[in-house]
Design a protein around this ligand. Sequence first.
Ligand code: CDP
Length: 209
Amino acid sequence: MRFTVAIDGPAAAGKGTISRAVAAKFGFAYLDTGSLYRAVGVKALEVGRGVIDPVVAAQLAGNLSQTDLDRDDLRTAMAGQAASKVAALPEVRAALLEIQKTYARRDGGAVLDGRDIGTVICPEAEVKIYVTASDEIRAARRHKELVQGKPELTVAQVLDDLRARDDRDAARDIAPMKPAGDALVLDTTELSIDEAVDRAIRAIQARTT
Ligand code: CDP
């Protein structure tokens, strides 16, 4: 059985939480595609000693290993910024395309979250959800996650970081972040996690029953 749930949206809108919950509910596999770009970004920074070389980044994208994806520094703000820089490179996106397309159509159902899942990776996805929330709420949520490892971090810094990333992701020429024409837009600003997950589940159930 092939069934793809495409979950896109800006940084820290709640895509990961919703994706994991619906994958568990329906027994689908889950791929956090942002982690691919984060792994490439972090490694490209390392290899270039702080400078990202597009050719190196594309090579890294074509040779990602499980160890690269298991690094524990992928969720930092620095990794997020590096990810959005390499994500604007066509060669990097091309190198990561096939693995995502194959994952999306795997047998047994799949949930993928990212920026271009419903528009580029799997335009034929059975369910497309574009998860969003106000900038302030997104910054507050991400701050709560990151402040544990970095106590001096302020909400204002997180807000600046998210906005810079969103602007870059939405303005790039290739696979810009935007809702697919047929996506359900789920604004989680005033929703609890349970409410947001519930709406996503209902959208999927509407296609499965
Ligand atoms: O978790 P968060 O929403 O903050 O970010 P993420 O999903 O881990 O993605 C990190 C960065 O990777 C994004 O800012 C995008 O630049 C890039 N990305 C992308 O271009 N396309 C995807 N399908 C997923 C992520």
